[in-house]
Design a protein around this ligand. Structure first.
Ligand code: SF4
Length: 341
């Protein structure tokens, strides 16, 4: 278990302009008993905690067994031997863990935590669209509910979307729910001379759609050597100006491997916090935006959910939805493995 001093060392470099991220030694001392109790329960219940890169730093550094992006965490959930998976993130991620682990208990500490993408499309919408586009392969971003995944052909994440759409053996594709990601994929394919007929749904991530290209121009004016890293949920005009486009984990790896010293990240604040902690010698300029859904998870929620989970915190899926959603998610793993080989 992490000590108070180790926790403070990890948290003190994090400064992303929010009281949530202003950590003191006293704060670490105060939360440490909660961390100790969570660790005790993890042992007792044979539980692991999977935390997305965007959740609160106390969770990432205090109790998480694994941190990462949607794709990495889905793989860890698939391969885990734990009996209980606690998933502080957003609902669709915990549902994906349950799709992959029907016999394990999967707990979502913050069941009201939505996502503007996942909440923007329902199974009814997908049934209607499938009638409207009968010849299309339906590709869903992982930021969708299990019911929506169950009606789609293949799932993608920000770490494999470009490669999977490129590889699909059908020129007619319906991409949902993120219209900005769809536009970025179209541009990516066009740049490589690949023609596909891609239609898309009208969803967006409320965090990433906020960024505009002017922010990059402004930051570059004062920091001519800045390395600009962008998430593919951003607008195409933002992606076009980026030095690097990728998932949160690939951005983290990019910073790790880069010889540069100044970075501007256009994604949720959690990633900037991790990078400030891991690479205190590097500079992270510009602003970031917090996802209210991811940040709604707290250490206390994790403790309560492990100690005495409420029915609404335990993920349950009907066998039919789970099996159809599993087919969709497994096709993602097959495509991702095919494209990376
Ligand atoms: S950052 Fe955007 S895509 Fe991610 S959980 Fe929040 S609203 Fe959803």
């Amino acid at each position: 278990m992490i000590t108070v001093e180790q926790l403070y060392e990890k948290l003190k470099p994090i400064r992303v302009g929010s009281p949530l991220c202003e950590f003191t030694l006293e704060h670490c001392q105060k939360i440490h008993p909660v961390i100790a109790r969570i660790e005790e329960l993890k042992q007792k219940e044979n539980a692991i905690i999977l935390a997305h890169n965007y959740v609160a730093p106390e969770i990432l550094y205090g109790v998480a067994d694994h941190t990462g992006d949607s794709y990495g965490l889905a793989k860890i959930a698939r391969d885990s031997d734990a009996e209980v998976i606690v998933f502080p993130a957003v609902r669709f991620m915990a549902e994906t863990a349950k799709i992959l682990n029907p016999h394990k208990t999967v707990i979502d500490p913050n069941p009201d935590g939505g996502c503007s993408l996942a909440d923007g499309i329902s199974a009814i919408d997908v049934r209607r669209l499938r009638k409207q586009f009968p010849d299309h392969t339906f590709v869903c971003y992982i930021n969708t509910t299990a019911e929506v995944k169950a009606l789609c052909d293949v799932c993608v994440t920000s770490s494999n979307v470009y490669h999977i759409v490129e590889t699909i053996d059908n020129d007619n594709i319906y991409f949902l729910p993120d219209k900005l990601m769809a536009m970025n994929v179209i541009q990516y394919l066009q740049d490589r001379g690949i023609k596909k007929n891609i239609s898309w749904y009208d969803g967006t991530c409320y965090v990433h759609e906020e960024y505009g290209p002017d922010a990059i121009d402004f930051i570059r004016t004062g920091n001519p050597n800045v390395d600009v890293l962008v998430h593919p949920e951003c607008q195409p005009a933002v992606v076009e100006k980026a030095d690097y486009v990728g998932s949160t984990t690939s951005m983290l790896n990019h910073v790790r491997e880069s010889s540069g010293d100044t970075f501007f990240l256009l994604t949720e604040c959690g990633l900037t916090g991790i990078l400030q902690s891991e690479f205190p010698e590097k500079r992270f300029v510009g602003s970031c935006t917090m996802c209210k859904y991811m940040k709604a998870n707290s250490l206390q929620d994790v403790l309560q959910a492990l100690e005495n989970p409420r029915p609404d915190q335990i993920i349950e899926l009907s066998p039919e939805v789970r099996q159809n959603a599993l087919r969709c998610v497994e096709r993602m793993f097959e495509y991702a493995e095919k494209t990376s080989s």
